[in-house]
Structure formats: structure tokens, C-alpha cells
Design a protein around this ligand. Structure first.
Ligand SMILES: [Zn+2]
Length: 361
């Protein structure tokens, strides 16, 4: 017998739903196997079900009589697509993917998926990202106002998100000492994977430059004490920022230049700090973004991917709301620049990102 699609139905522990998994191109035919699986699974999670096979989970979206059937058809009953107990809200058909794409995993090292811009469809956005192979999303903090939504999202997706804690230079105002106090208290509770995002921003406002410097240095010192990496935000301020880094960077400090957009000299200087990475985002896809000219000289082991969602959406979504699921567009462009496959870029940048956030230590 020729086997084409094997569809396995898995019972989701938390609710009375089945999730189905597709083996891609096993052979040909129609075999359906129904089993019960009791582990907690996130929608879109890739699971080692059999040592040799990665399964990409798909929600059951066709119901016949008493039984749920994941048969790859489009839903014919709206209520099956509605979110219940927060488990799923959307239906995704994975059959267009190539077999190697089933196992491709991305690490978005910088995305504000907790932001107000996603108030309407946050869960659906996250699910879309999982369907695109996003395995991990690092959430940078902005100020005391973003702490709760950021941590709520971490609680919602504990396997697929990590949180940072820090005060963004754009939020450094008259009350920055009070803000730093709140941030430090939160940071001391533990559970964060970086101090971020922190740095200098002279693009919008130079009024609080000295306060920005003070906040940056203070937070660098916290990172050193806690052995955490820093996520650096720098805009129109490379000269000033490098000056601070030269003074304060030692072997205890590591991190990432988030959304790197400097020139070739800036890149050399940034990569001269031994434990630092460059975060490559949507700008790499912009015409005249300039990164395509300098990135051929960057060591691939020093690059990580990021979306910076909801900002800086890659082409063809430039100017629109960005979301973490667009990371593949950035990976595709980087693959082109580096003469590598997208799967190789996904692999290498994920390895780099895990090192950056010390996830395997
Ligand atoms: Zn950011």
C-alpha cells in the first residue's frame, strides 16, 4: 500500500480538542491514526514524536459527527475556529511547506509582541509565527508601563518567550531615577534573560542626553553583576555609545546591538567587543538600507535575527505593522547576502541567539 498523507490525531490535554499532525510526503495513500497524547503542547510546537520524525502540529478543523478529524480541509464550521480556553483561534494549513521547512526554527531576538498594536489579535499573531517556525521570541522591556503586558505574554507562552528587563533610552525623562528604581526591583526578582532594551537615542530628543548616559551606565553595571547580556538600542548616537562601551565593557559584559543599522566602521567597532552580536532586522530588506553592502564582511556566528515588531516591518510589509512571524523574510534576505540557504541561516542564528541569552548554560 502506498501511503501519502498520514494524519495523526492527538488529544489535547487541556481541552476537548484534537490536534492533528501531518507527516509530510511519507509516501502516498490515506491513513488516519487516532491516538491520545497527554503532554501539554503549544499550538505550532514542533515535537520529537519519533526520533526520526518531526511533527508539526495542526489543529483539527473539520468535525464530523461525534469525532474530530484533522483532514486538511478548510473549516466549514465557524465555531471550531474560535478560541476556547485560549488554545487556538486560527487555522493554518501547513501542506505548502517543504519537508525541511517543517524543522526550520527561528529565534526572534527582539519583538514587542506585548504592545498595544497587537491588542486585537495577539494570540493569532503568535500562532502565525509558530506556524512559520518561530520557536522563541525575546521580549524587550521599555519602561514601568510595559512590564505587566510583557510579563503577561511570557506567562501565556512560557515555552516560546523570554523576557528582558530594562529602561529604554526613549523613556528616560525627568523621573528616570524613579523608573530605574521600579525596573531594578523587578530585575531583582529574577527570571529575566537580559537587561534591555537600554542605550542611547538622540534621534527624537537630545534634552535628556546626560540622563540617558547615566541610565545606560547604571544598567550596564546591573548586567555585569547579574551576568546577564544587554540589548542595546542606539540611534544617531554611535560615537557617544562606543565611548561608554570602551569605558565599561569588560569580560563580564555581553549582548546584542539590537536592530543594527550602522555603517561598515560601526560594524567593525561593534564586533570588536568580543561577546557581542548584531541584531539583523527588517532594515536588511530595505532598498538603500545599506546592510547588504557591509554584511558580507560580518562573521555569521555573530549575527542574530530580530523583527522589532511592531516596528520596521520587512519588505513587502514596509511601513505596515510588523509581527514576529515575518522573521522568515529577514532570514531569506540574509541568506541571499551570505550565500547560504534559509535553513542554514535559521540554524546558525538560532544557535547564536541561544548563546547570546545563555539558554544552554
Ligand atoms: Zn525594541
Amino acid at each position: 500500500m502506498q501511503i501519502n498523507d498520514i494524519i495523526i490525531l492527538l488529544r489535547f490535554e487541556l481541552a476537548d480538542y484534537f490536534v492533528g499532525a501531518l507527516f509530510d510526503r511519507v509516501n502516498s495513500g490515506n491513513v488516519r491514526v487516532a491516538i491520545h497524547y497527554s503532554a501539554k503542547l503549544n499550538f505550532g510546537q514542533v515535537v520529537d514524536f519519533h526520533p526520526a520524525v518531526h511533527l508539526h502540529f495542526e489543529i483539527a478543523h473539520h468535525r464530523s459527527g461525534k469525532n474530530d478529524v484533522a483532514d486538511g480541509t478548510k473549516p466549514n464550521n465557524k465555531d471550531l475556529c474560535q478560541e476556547k480556553n485560549g488554545i487556538f483561534s486560527n487555522v493554518t494549513d501547513f501542506r505548502h511547506l517543504q519537508p525541511n521547512e517543517f524543522t526550520m526554527q527561528f529565534f526572534d531576538t527582539h519583538a514587542h509582541m506585548y504592545a498595544e498594536a497587537f491588542a486585537e489579535d495577539r494570540i493569532a499573531c503568535m500562532e502565525r509565527a509558530f506556524a512559520e517556525g518561530v520557536k522563541m521570541v525575546a521580549l524587550p522591556n521599555i519602561d514601568s508601563g510595559s512590564m505587566v503586558p510583557m510579563q503577561d505574554l511570557c506567562t501565556r507562552f512560557p515555552e516560546n518567550t523570554i523576557g528582558m528587563m530594562g529602561l529604554h533610552p526613549g523613556s528616560v525623562k525627568e523621573n528616570f531615577e524613579e523608573e530605574l528604581g521600579i525596573i531594578k526591583k523587578e530585575l531583582d526578582k529574577g527570571g529575566f534573560h537580559a537587561v534591555g532594551e537600554i542605550g542611547l537615542d538622540l534621534y527624537w530628543d537630545k534634552t535628556f542626553f546626560h540622563q540617558q548616559v547615566e541610565a545606560f551606565v547604571t544598567q550596564i553595571n546591573w548586567a555585569k553583576e547579574k551576568k546577564l547580556p544587554i540589548a542595546i538600542h542606539v540611534r544617531e548616537a554611535f560615537t557617544e555609545l562606543f565611548k561608554i562601551m570602551d569605558e565599561h565593557c569588560d569580560e563580564r559584559l555581553s549582548g546584542v546591538f539590537h536592530c543594527f543599522t550602522g555603517n561598515g566602521d560601526d560594524m567593525k567597532k561593534a564586533l570588536a567587543y568580543p561577546n557581542f552580536y548584531l541584531g539583523i532586522g527588517g532594515v536588511v530588506t530595505f532598498k538603500n538600507g545599506g546592510l547588504d553592502k557591509i554584511l558580507p564582511d560580518a562573521d555569521i556566528t555573530r549575527l542574530v535575527l530580530e523583527t522589532d515588531a511592531p516596528y520596521l516591518a520587512p519588505v513587502p510589509f514596509r511601513g505596515k505593522r510588523n509581527e514576529t512571524g515575518y522573521i522568515k523574510l529577514i532570514a531569506e534576505k540574509l541568506a541571499e547576502i551570505k550565500g547560504m540557504t534559509v535553513a542554514e541561516i535559521a540554524d546558525q542564528t538560532t544557535t547564536n541567539a541561544r548563546k547570546l541569552f545563555k539558554l544552554d548554560e
